[in-house]
Design a protein around this ligand. Structure first.
Ligand code: CU
Ligand code: ZN
Length: 174
């Protein structure tokens, strides 16, 4: 390889580094939860978390749902080992707040509200949430993502009366 070839390799490498910074909108760290069925459901999906300067961007794709709204939260533990996913415990709540919706003045850090499944049982969810992070007391790493049987009413304590847990996943750095 001549001098020209070396320059080309260097230019491509630097272009890749710049593209990485741009797409990350900040530090660019990424975490993910793979959702498995719970409570005898067929619900499954993936939830991606990207660190941005405005908070954590959350992108979920979930299927196997009954049509309509389903409570969608981060729970205390990423432990999905029992059939009903009860080992995930309650909502992720590092500030000792009351349950609410994603836009409530008071809410659990894990309160994403609801996802809405279409007639085929598929749901997508996208938000940027400043109540969660990848570091410190609000870090979501090692906590659990739970999808519920019913809608979260965003007001009932302590968890929005959303019924059984139909999918569960552990949030891992990716
Ligand atoms: Cu929940
Ligand atoms: Zn809550």
């Amino acid at each position: 390889m001549g001098i020209k070839g070396t320059f080309t390799v260097a230019a491509i490498a630097s272009a890749l580094v710049m593209a990485g910074c741009k797409s990350g909108e900040g530090h660019g760290r990424h975490a993910m939860a793979e959702l498995s069925p719970a409570s005898g459901s067929t619900v499954h999906g993936t939830v991606h978390f990207h660190e941005t300067s405005k908070g954590v961007k959350v992108i979920a794709k979930i299927s196997g749902l009954t049509p309509g709204e389903h409570g969608f939260h981060i729970h205390e533990k990423g432990d999905c080992s029992d059939p009903g996913a009860t080992n995930a415990l309650g909502h992720f709540n590092p500030t000792g707040a009351k349950h609410g919706g994603p836009n409530s003045a008071e809410r659990h850090a894990g309160d994403f509200g609801n996802i809405t499944a279409d007639a085929a049982g598929n749901a997508t969810f996208k938000t940027v949430d400043a109540h969660i992070s990848f570091d410190g007391p609000n870090s979501i790493i090692g906590h659990g993502v739970i999808v519920h049987e019913k809608a979260d009413d965003l007001t009932s304590q302590p968890a929005g009366n959303a019924g059984k847990r139909v999918a569960c996943g552990n949030i891992l750095m990716h």
